[in-house]
Design a protein around this ligand. Structure first.
Ligand SMILES: Cc1cc2nc3c(=O)[nH]c(=O)nc-3n(C[C@H](O)[C@H](O)[C@H](O)COP(=O)(O)OP(=O)(O)OC[C@H]3O[C@@H](n4cnc5c(N)ncnc54)[C@H](O)[C@@H]3O)c2cc1C
Length: 422
């Protein structure tokens, strides 16, 4: 695309999750006549069921030998959060082999540099997006807490955070006031706790969805309730066939459909080794947790507790498999058990949710422009960091589509990396 965008320049974003929404807003703000296409009316995707944490500290990709070494001890059967269901082995075994390859030190170092660059801009991009939308207070920049239940876990947890890179985020000991406040949340006094600074939270994901929808409408953007059935190539351009029978041939197509992006792009000949990394949450509206409390990570239980305006959400689990397999109810039972044992305020009625992180084996997103179709862009595979990286991803896609250099380095997120390696 040239830099002179005209009224007739149209853009279609496939997927109305948080990444697609941020891309659509960036394109509309640049003057593209933008349509966001998604078949789902009630938002149940990972974008709306996640923990709301702006996790700028997670600079080190999870594709690492230390993650792999930790797998046996983290299995669900041993009380941990990791699920490798036997029936889903066809999905996770090939993924695991690629994860192993991606964890080699040189690839890990390159991934850390790429992720660090994007995470360094993540909070600034959210600030710009929400300020432009007139709702800056939806971004809370108060950091988060990490707690451990035993002395051993506290010692090894703290040593871990001291050893790894945390980008623009820092941490310190909790103050006596913070200790007193944390003691009111749980009947099991923590054996250790730290507070991160430079991280954040979205105050409420339901409100965020409303604000982004309204902003898109204000910018002249549209939403279409339809699914993309296939993407077809003619010469160096792609068009979209919808399940309504309609065909769309815009100047810009952005594939931002989470895990489903894999199927769409594979049909065009791309290798996209994406997996559904499923997580679970419980939520209670009637909690007595203070509404301004930053997220609390119970690290030795692999659980994060987030006080949204709409209630307290407990989220956990990484379960590798297919996105549409039935949920494993034992995961919700385990979350209830954690809440009971810790004495957390989670009164009934409690809602249950399961959804899929879109994860590529090197734990880096895919953000870029196709080499073979001039009007095709992609933004998916944001794994544990999709909320964190959504705004900065949207800005990058907006720049690419307008023919401008993006503010962050995207070479590490190029989909080409899977065409020759892995
Ligand atoms: C339990 C849990 C906790 C998490 N906590 C955090 C956190 O605290 N911080 C953080 O940064 N990240 C977190 N994440 C990760 C984050 O939620 C994801 O990375 C993010 O939601 C991915 O967003 P997305 O828009 O790419 O995909 P999705 O949210 O999956 O959205 C994809 C959209 O594409 C649509 N779609 C699918 N097929 C089609 C089609 N054929 N045509 C059109 N549209 C289609 C879907 O309907 C959906 O709306 C968490 C995830 C989980 C599961």
């Amino acid at each position: 695309m040239g830099s002179a965008i005209t009224q007739s320049d149209s853009a279609v974003v496939v997927g109305a999750g948080i990444v697609g929404s941020a891309c659509a807003l960036a394109l509309a703000a640049r003057g593209f006549s933008t349509t966001m296409v998604d078949p789902v009316v009630v938002r149940r995707a990972a974008s709306w069921g996640n923990a709301g944490h702006i996790a700028t500290e997670q600079v080190e990709p999870l594709a690492s030998f230390s993650t792999i070494r930790s797998f046996p001890g983290r299995l669900f059967s041993r009380g941990g959060a990791l699920g490798l269901p036997i029936g889903e082995m066809g999905a996770w075994l090939p993924f695991s082999l690629r994860l192993l390859a991606a964890s080699r030190p040189a690839r890990f170092a390159a991934g850390k540099a790429a992720l660090g660059g994007a995470l360094g801009e993540a909070i600034g991009a959210w600030r710009r997006l929400l300020t432009a939308a007139g709702e800056p207070d939806l971004l809370l920049e108060d950091g988060h807490f990490v707690l451990w239940q035993t002395k051993e876990a506290a010692a090894s947890g703290r040593a871990h955070w001291e050893a790894v890179e945390t980008g623009t985020a820092t941490f310190r000991d909790v103050t006596p006031d913070e200790v007193a406040m944390l003691l009111r949340l749980t009947n099991r006094p923590p054996a250790g706790a730290i507070r991160f600074l430079g991280t954040g939270q979205i105050a409420d994901l339901g409100l965020l969805a409303e604000v982004l929808d309204r902003r898109l409408g204000d910018l002249g953007g549209k939403q279409l309730c339809a699914g993309v059935r296939t993407i077809q190539t003619t010469g160096r351009r792609v068009s979209l066939q919808l399940d309504t029978g309609e065909t769309l041939s815009p100047q810009v197509v952005v594939v931002a459909a989470g895990v489903a992006s894999g199927r769409m792009l594979r049909a065009l000949g791309y290798k996209v080794p994406i997996i559904a990394e499923r997580g679970y949450h419980l939520q209670s509206a009637a909690t007595d947790w203070p509404v301004d409390l930053p997220p609390v990570v119970f690290e030795d239980r692999s659980m994060i507790a987030t006080r949204f305006r709409s209630g307290l959400r407990l989220a956990s689990f990484v379960e590798f498999g297919r996105p549409d397999s039935p949920p494993d109810a034992r995961k919700w039972a385990r979350l209830r058990q954690h809440a009971r044992e810790l004495g957390l305020s989670l009164p009934e009625p409690v809602s249950q949710w399961m959804g899929a992180r879109p994860t590529l084996p090197d734990y880096l997103p895919a953000i870029g422009q196709s080499r073979t179709a001039d009007n095709l862009f992609y933004a998916f595979g944001h794994q544990h960091l999709g909320l964190t990286l959504a705004a900065v991803t949207g800005e990058a896609i907006g720049a690419l589509a307008a023919g401008e250099p993006p503010a962050i380095e995207l070479s590490g997120f190029d989909l080409e990396r899977f065409q020759h390696r892995f």
